[in-house]
Design a protein around this ligand. Structure first.
Ligand SMILES: C[S@@+](CC[C@H](N)C(=O)[O-])C[C@H]1O[C@@H](n2cnc3c(N)ncnc32)[C@H](O)[C@@H]1O
Length: 294
């Protein structure tokens, strides 16, 4: 990695102190490059996880234009084109002209438009933008989302952001089919009484190099994150009929005890806790134990 560690520390502070929405924080191409190799790379692994699931489920995007809104360095559109091939037109939108130019360069030969205030597109990609949007900006963004045929929205797997995404799911589900991660089209089971402390999140895999490379160790320390863990919340919407989903979806990580584990499962009639015992299901218990992060 050839990164500007001071710039990364500044970006991290901006992301954490709640000021990221207030003003453009991309000062130079070097900021963007450093982000792209670190924060952005981790986001790319989340996109790869989500898009691989969509491919496994035989979902494919509608033909037409793709809009990467709040594109930053363009991680989302790069991942999307990598998984689903070229689009008729890719629009990169960000309040930062520097970021749009950087993202366009990274995309290379694709036909790319840079638009600070974009119009509607067939497919909308949204990645790690929710924490930075004032309510008025979110309202404008939702107007665009409503005009898309399909939307792939990937966010951090934190409690607060997941709960925001669930609220958006509820606003949009009358107009779109829910492709993922939901196993049903009904109201979100996490909104039922008793589930207030849970949130909808999953863990994307981190490649082995993050455990062995000293720069990744340094980044983990600087960012204050556990590199083994790549929590992600996401929502995929489509106005077309969608492939059927798995009927059961495990949320988050199992809580593993000495002889049993508790797994939170989302099923068509709600969210339930399943008890897996070592005695009755030794293989599953072992797998759950292996995935546990202390
Ligand atoms: C955390 S970055 C995420 C960048 C990229 N989507 C990713 O996942 O790596 C958030 C991006 O949203 C952009 N942004 C924030 N507020 C915006 C606004 N009101 N309009 C357009 N872009 C905005 C920022 O400039 C930044 O590039």
């Amino acid at each position: 990695m050839n990164v500007d560690w001071r710039a990364l520390a500044r970006l991290r502070a901006t992301f954490l102190d709640g000021t990221a929405g207030a003003k453009d924080y991309w000062h130079s191409e070097s900021d963007l490059d450093s982000y792209d190799q670190t924060f952005g790379q981790r986001i790319r692994w989340k996109w790869d996880y989500v898009l691989a699931e969509l491919q496994r489920r035989h979902w494919s995007p509608p033909a037409g234009s793709v809009l990467d809104w709040g594109c930053g360095t363009g991680v989302a559109s790069r991942a999307f084109l990598h998984h689903f091939g070229n689009a008729d037109r890719v629009v990169l939108a960000d309040r930062s002209p520097l970021a749009m130019r950087f993202a366009a360069q990274k995309l290379g030969g694709t036909s790319v438009w840079l638009e600070a205030k974009p119009g509607p597109a067939t497919v909308m990609l949204l990645s790690h933008v929710l924490t930075e949007l004032a309510p008025s900006v979110l309202a404008e963004l939702l107007a665009l989302v409503r005009q898309a045929t399909a939307v792939v929205w990937v966010e951090p797997g934190t409690f607060a952001v997941s709960r925001q995404l669930i609220a958006l799911r509820e606003q949009l589900r009358g107009e779109f089919q829910l492709v993922a991660p939901c196993p049903h089209q009904r109201g979100c089971g996490l909104l039922a009484a008793g589930n207030e402390r849970h949130w909808c999140h999953f863990f994307a895999p981190s490649p082995p190099k993050v455990f062995t490379h000293s720069d990744w160790a340094r980044f983990g320390k600087l960012a204050g994150i556990d590199l083994r863990s790549l929590p992600v919340s996401y929502l995929v919407l489509d106005k077309r009929p969608v492939p059927s989903a798995e009927p059961v979806r495990a949320l988050g990580r199992a809580r593993v005890y000495k002889a049993h584990a508790l797994v939170l499962e989302c099923v068509p009639n709600g969210v339930r806790e399943r008890r897996v015992t070592k005695r009755e299901s030794p293989d599953l218990f072992r797998r759950l134990k292996k995935n546990k992060i202390p």
